[in-house]
Ligand binder design. Structure first.
Ligand code: NDP
Length: 464
């Protein structure tokens, strides 16, 4: 398969040979064979090898960032942030492993008996990742999976294999033993079932669409395979009438249009209290108009193309539907074929006002740079509108009143929520959690990663 730069379709990024089901089967089998040696390696050795991997990544930040921009299309500065985010998550997980260790401190139950909890490795994990963060999503799953003694098979999106390939070079150079992790680049629709059905599989950490994620859950059925599924979203950013206008506008623009809106925690609905509505729309559009669209390696560009022809079609369809349903186009809506002579999957940052709760733009995940602004009568109405979604990933409220913020934080039905910070803000110590159709199973990242990647053993000792 030939892959092209989404922001410059004349530039060929590379050719890739896709794996077949037999390759997928072999990868799982080999990772299973490597498991017992890796699991019996002392944790300090595992930490050391994985630390070297992160050092390699740190030393080659630019090379990784360039590769991300070429295969994904996002502006180079955003790719640099992705590399930093991968390093942040990876390092946090290694620090956790140093701190927490494999056996908890023992408890003295009485004069003769002590008890402790052990956190044992489990076996082969399947890590399935999407194209929007081709490095960070792999690193945040892979480092905790391996450090706690498991082996893994990584299945990246078929259209972003090169960043994964670079990471695998770093793993090799750091001295990771053969087959502790295997990379399988292939079509999910062709090799996914083989990977999921393999008898050695002990757990799946998946990031991608709700449709594919729930399909995998159904396929796993009642097998003893643990699941961590991070799926779709329709994140709401709520602006109340007393909010700081400047910071709410800046946050909304950044959360809606970074990655051209192709971000799981991107803001995809803006809900504004009536008294603030006109002023917010005016300032928001002004700020959006300052974005510079173009090819990701162009230094002036801070808004890249969408990832693929398919993503462009989804955005065009959303724009058509919004117009037809009576939303007011406030900015953008064009989808140029070329910018500065480079052809790419370009979609202008697009803003619709007067979006109502019955419109497609309010409820359908677009995963692109098309945002709707909805009026709310008051705080209660804003909260009701935010919760009116099948998804529950990451929401925000902007208000100067702590009391209202607290009511929002308590009343909102989602896994991650922010006050006066945008929907995509996160810290490596905190988990990624999706409620409703945004997630299944145990949360990803943060201080709970050990829980997903280990099984517990309650150990009692009687001392004579
Ligand atoms: P998909 O669900 O289509 O793909 C995600 C991954 O699953 C890819 O590696 C894909 O492979 C693989 N896959 C596809 N079919 C199967 C299958 N039958 N069995 C096993 N694996 C399979 O999502 P996209 O890549 O299109 O990513 C966009 C979606 O991801 C959006 O809906 C977005 O909301 C969601 N997302 C969620 C995040 C979160 O943390 N909640 C973060 C980022 C994105 P292939 O590429 O070969 O099809």
């Amino acid at each position: 398969m030939r892959l092209k730069n989404p922001g410059n379709l004349d530039e060929i990024v590379g050719d890739v040979t896709l794996a077949c089901p037999e390759d997928a089967q072999n990868a799982m089998t080999l990772s299973n064979e490597a498991y017992s040696d890796w699991a019996s390696e002392p944790i300090k050795n595992r930490i050391q090898i994985l630390g070297l991997v992160l050092d390699q990544l740190d030393g080659e930040k630019e090379k990784f960032a360039k590769c991300i921009t070429l295969e994904n299309g996002k502006p180079f500065a955003e790719s640099c942030s992705e590399v930093e985010s991968a390093l942040g998550d990876g390092r946090f997980q290694l620090d956790q492993a140093k701190k927490l260790q494999v056996h908890d401190q023992h408890t003295q139950i009485n004069d003769a008996i002590t008890a402790e909890v052990w956190h044992d490795s489990i076996g082969v994990f399947l890590l399935i990742t999407p194209w929007n963060f081709p490095l960070a999503t792999i690193v945040r799953k892979l480092i905790p999976a391996l450090v706690w003694g498991n082996t893994a098979v990584v299945k990246p999106a078929q259209q972003t294999p090169f960043t994964a390939g670079l990471l695998f070079k770093s793993l090799e150079m750091a001295g990771l033993p053969d087959n502790v992790v295997n990379l399988v680049v292939g079509k999910g629709s062709e090799i996914g079932d083989t990977l999921v059905d393999h008898s050695a599989l002990k757990g799946i950490s998946f990031t991608g669409s709700t449709e594919v994620g729930t399909g995998i859950c159904r396929r796993v059925g009642d097998r003893n395979v643990r699941l961590q599924m991070e799926m779709g979203g329709k994140n709401a950013l709520v602006i109340l009438k007393d909010a700081d206008l400047k910071s709410s506008v800046e946050s909304a623009v950044s959360a809606a249009f970074t990655c051209s809106g192709q971000w799981c925690t991107a803001t995809s609905r803006i809900i504004v209290e009536d008294d603030m509505y006109e002023q917010f729309c005016q300032e928001f559009v002004k700020k959006v108009s300052e974005l510079k669209m173009g090819s990701g390696m162009d230094p002036d560009v801070n808004f890249g193309p969408v990832f693929s022809f398919r993503q462009k079609e989804i955005a065009i369809d959303a724009i058509k539907k919004a117009k037809k349903e009576g939303a007011r186009l406030l900015y953008g809506g064009n989808t140029p074929e070329t910018i500065k002579g480079k052809s790419g999957h370009f979609v202008e940052p697009t803003v619709f006002g007067e979006v109502t709760e019955s419109m497609h733009l309010f409820s359908e995940e677009i995963f692109g740079p098309v945002i709707g602004i909805t009026r709310a009568k008051d705080f209660q109405d804003a909260l009701r509108l935010a919760n009116k979604s099948q998804y529950g990933l990451s929401f925000s409220v902007f208000t100067a009143k702590k009391e209202l913020a607290d009511q929002f934080l308590e009343g909102v039905a989602c896994g991650m929520v922010h006050h006066n910070l945008h929907t995509a803000y996160r810290h490596p110590a905190m988990p990624i959690i999706g409620w409703k159709e945004s997630g299944r199973g145990l949360p990803e990242c943060g201080q709970f990663a050990r829980d997903f990647f280990t099984q517990k053993k309650a150990v009692y000792r009687y001392c004579q």
